[in-house]
Design a protein around this ligand. Structure first.
Ligand code: NAD
Ligand code: WQD
Length: 339
């Protein structure tokens, strides 16, 4: 029995594949390498001593996906595959709706016809927009995200809820806060493809001299130091949450539909400047930055109440911001050694 991991050579997917293999699962990866590179597969094998089955194709190609389900007994899916650049989604809406939703629906059609359950979806705290109350728990009302990207996440959740209810299946919606860091081996991390949209990869590249200066988008927010606050969760802790969520679905033999939803964060908020300072301290490097105007669409503050995942999954993110940021610098040094 195998777990289909779509986008399994991507940032979070590759770390999750490692945890799945280390927990004895058989893994089948489909990834079109649109935002990853094949060497990640070799590194997964180096870390775990196991080589997952890998299919390099676009999930929008239904006929190829059908062949994967014919060739393997799939007992669950973790669906990481998506485009995720918020800004890009605003100028390429149709590409984002097509890629993120057609891929999802193609997998669900296979699940429906073959009566497969146990589907885990990569969602995002972006579905909450700017929540009115902190910390954010799973009962917090959803707000229509401003970005097309965020809308694909909210629509994906709705599609899965309808799927679970109509066909009596088990699903888990995992709402990630801000994943950061790299694998302790320094052989997996967030690939620097293009100019980083996210804070930590940009901080990493600034410290490494790849970028001249970090732009801090706004220091006039109503926060302690005026910069925006987020919940930065270590990617390996996040990966472990996926294994726990999958095990919970597989173990549920009630025969009932299951619709799990979990906020995956540390429960701690950190400002942009706190992240910069923590990176400098953790790695004894300097990060030059300039204060700029706010970025369009950014919210002031978001951090999770992770108690439901702690209670129901027996999972907690225990890695500190500084520890996570140390792994980022080791990953950058690994990337430098490859060039
Ligand atoms: P990533 O881009 O590193 O990984 C996504 C992977 O999916 C890539 O390897 C890409 O090649 C692959 N892919 C994309 N479209 C595909 C398609 N049509 N067919 C086959 N493969 C395809 O992104 P990530 O940071 O690992 O994020 C994984 C998931 O988590 C995404 O769904 C993302 O929206 C979600 N998420 C990410 C964050 C974050 O900050 N990284 C936060 C919340 C949610
Ligand atoms: C964090 C903070 C920026 C870059 C996004 C998506 C979300 C999810 C995670 C996919 C913000 C500030 C950033 C920079 C900066 N992705 N920043 N200078 O915006 O919380 O969430 O990524 O699912 O859906 O919305 O993360 O890392 O982009 O920004 O000052 O060069 O850092 O303004 O306050 P964000 P981020």
């Amino acid at each position: 029995m195998a777990i289909l991991v779509t986008g399994g050579l991507g940032y979070i997917g590759s770390h999750t594949v490692v945890e799945l293999l280390n927990n004895g699962f058989e893994v089948v990866i489909v990834d079109d390498l649109s935002n990853s590179e094949r060497f990640i597969l070799n590194n997964i094998e180096e870390i775990t001593g196991k080589k997952p089955v890998f299919y390099p194709f676009d999930l929008k190609r239904k006929e190829l996906l059908n062949q994967v389900f014919d060739a393997h007994t799939i007992e669950g899916c973790i669906n990481f595959a998506a485009f995720k650049a918020v800004g890009e989604s605003q100028v390429k809406p149709i590409e984002y709706y097509e890629n993120n939703l057609f891929s999802l629906i193609n997998i669900l059609q296979e699940f429906k016809e073959r009566e497969i359950s146990n589907f885990i979806f990569s969602s995002s705290c972006t579905v909450y927009g700017q929540a009115d109350v902190m910390p954010i728990d799973e009962n917090t009302p959803l707000k229509m995200p401003e970005s097309v990207y965020g809308k694909t996440k909210q629509m994906g959740e709705e599609i899965l809820i309808d799927f679970a209810k109509a066909y009596n299946r088990k699903i888990s919606l995992l709402r990630y806060f801000n994943p950061i860091g790299a694998h302790p081996s320094a052989k997996l991390g967030e690939l620097p493809i293009g100019i980083p949209n996210n804070l930590v990869p940009y901080v990493m590249q600034t410290a490494a001299g790849v970028r001249e200066k970090l732009s801090v988008w706004g220091d006039d927010y109503p926060t302690e130091d005026g910069t925006a606050v987020r919940d930065y969760i270590y990617v390996v802790d996040l990966a472990k949450a996926h294994v726990a969520a999958l095990k919970k679905l597989i173990e549920d033999q009630s025969g009932e539909a299951v619709i799990d939803t979990y906020n995956l964060g540390t429960g701690r908020g950190s400002s942009v400047l706190e992240v910069v300072k923590a990176f400098e301290k953790a790695n004894n490097v300097e990060v030059s930055y300039q204060i700029c105007d706010r970025r369009e669409g950014d919210i002031t503050i978001a951090y999770a109440d992770p108690s439901k995942a702690e209670r129901e999954l027996g999972w907690k993110s225990g890695t500190s911001l500084e520890e996570a940021l140390k792994t980022v610098w080791e990953w950058q040094k690994y990337l430098n050694s490859r060039n």
